[in-house]
Design a protein around this ligand. Structure first.
Ligand SMILES: Nc1ncnc2c1ncn2[C@@H]1O[C@H](COP(=O)(O)OP(=O)(O)OP(=O)(O)O)[C@@H](O)[C@H]1O
Ligand SMILES: [Mg+2]
Length: 374
């Protein structure tokens, strides 16, 4: 049997309370207590589990009050029956029949509160507190969802930006190759022709100087192209990192070592490019800030995770430097790692050195959808 009463307060928009109680007298006492507290409520009573399930599926209650022990079931069975609801209302045990420890374990299950039947004077306050807690929990769950969605959007956007940048870099590299590189090479051939067909020593000296300038410009455009679109990656990730390490050592004089467990790593193109750009940025940072003597690069694919580690023995990075709002290198690497399903760790100690570690799971299940990077 379901019975309903209106208690206390103004009749418009009353709070909807479901009371699971087999004693009509105890129900009356509850109605009386709420009436006395001036709480405007529409309170319905049920006394079987079937009625309880029907009531919660038909009506959206603001609060559920439940006696603990009822004929053939307990309030915990009623609580489990609520698990099908998307949002559970506050559920308050209102009982005299259980001990403190049972009440505590019920609250561990997620039941909002417990009140002894002898304390009905506190009922309105307990309901108010349970409602507040429920609202806070719901607001937090909503905020957590929004935060997760916003982080997902940010990662997707970072991925989109990275591929747009790489596409743009590829296009610029091709233009340098076709227009500037082609013209410089043609000019060099013409100068060689003039050298062969002239004999004036002054002119020959100028041609020699111009040829050297052209050679310098060709070298520079090749270097720029390599930075823009690392064609060396076509020879595999290990070869590309080896090329980076060798040219870094030549340019900076910093002793650079490279180790791997597998010289024939074949991750996807987007992982290759992420690892390459990570090594490139880490080495650029080393040359700009570390003030170190040695750099060690290690790349491995052990346990199906690609790991790239660039370690220097320099001055280390302070908290303050890492949080510098104008610095985007390391922050960009974090975002870039996420776009291929990986993550970046920065381990650093002042005066001891810095390690930049990229980890990317290689099994297809842990990979996000592939992105065309260039
Ligand atoms: N290997 C390192 N050793 C010492 N300090 C470092 C090292 N790498 C980075 N830092 C410090 O951490 C800061 C952040 O580095 P990050 O690469 O994010 O930015 P940046 O190099 O300053 O600028 P950007 O990379 O955007 O051009 C640097 O400004 C520098 O102070
Ligand atoms: Mg940097």
């Amino acid at each position: 049997m379901i019975t309903s009463n209106h208690v206390g307060g103004p009749p418009d928009n009353p709070m909807k309370i479901l009371h699971l109680e087999d004693s009509a007298l105890d129900h009356q006492l509850v109605c009386h207590a709420l009436n006395k507290a001036g709480l405007g409520a529409e309170i319905s009573r049920v006394d079987t589990l079937a009625q309880f399930c029907t009531a919660v599926n038909q009506t959206s209650f603001d609060v559920i009050l439940a006696d603990y022990r009822l004929p053939g079931f307990t309030a915990l069975d009623a609580w489990s029956a609520l698990s099908t609801l998307s949002v559970r209302p506050p559920f308050i045990l209102l009982s005299g029949a259980i001990g403190e420890s049972a009440a505590v374990s019920a609250i561990h299950l997620g039941i909002s509160d417990y009140l002894h039947k002898d304390d009905l004077g506190k009922l309105a306050r307990v309901i108010g507190r349970a409602l507040e807690m429920n609202q806070t929990r719901a607001a937090k769950a909503k905020a957590d969802l929004e935060l997760a969605a916003s982080e997902k959007r940010l990662t997707e956007f970072a991925g989109y930006l990275q591929s747009a940048i790489e596409r743009e870099r590829g296009a610029i590299a091709r233009e340098i190759h076709d227009d500037i590189g082609g013209s410089l090479a043609a000019a060099k051939l013409d100068l060689a022709w003039v050298t062969r067909h002239g004999s004036d020593p002054t002119i020959q000296a100028h041609i020699q100087a111009a040829t050297e300038m052209l050679q310098h410009a060709l070298g520079a455009s090749q270097r720029i192209m390599m930075n823009l679109r690392p064609s060396i990656l076509d020879q595999g990730l290990f070869a590309a990192i080896q090329w980076l390490a060798t040219s870094f050592e030549k340019r900076t004089g910093i002793q650079t070592s490279l180790r791997t467990n597998n010289e024939h790593l074949t991750p996807s193109k987007s992982i290759e490019l992420t690892a390459y750009r990570t090594a490139q940025e880490a080495l650029t940072n080393v040359s700009k800030y570390a003030n170190c003597k040695r750099v060690a690069i290690e790349i491995s694919d052990a346990e199906d995770v690609l790991t790239l580690e660039v370690t220097d023995d320099g001055k280390g990075i302070s908290e303050h430097e890492l949080k510098n709002p104008d610095a985007f290198g390391i922050r960009g690497l974090h975002e870039r790692a996420k776009t291929v399903g990986g993550w970046l760790d920065v381990s650093t100690r002042q005066g001891v050195g810095t390690s930049i570690i990229l980890s990317v799971p290689l099994s297809p299940a842990s990979q996000p959808l592939p992105q065309e990077q260039f």
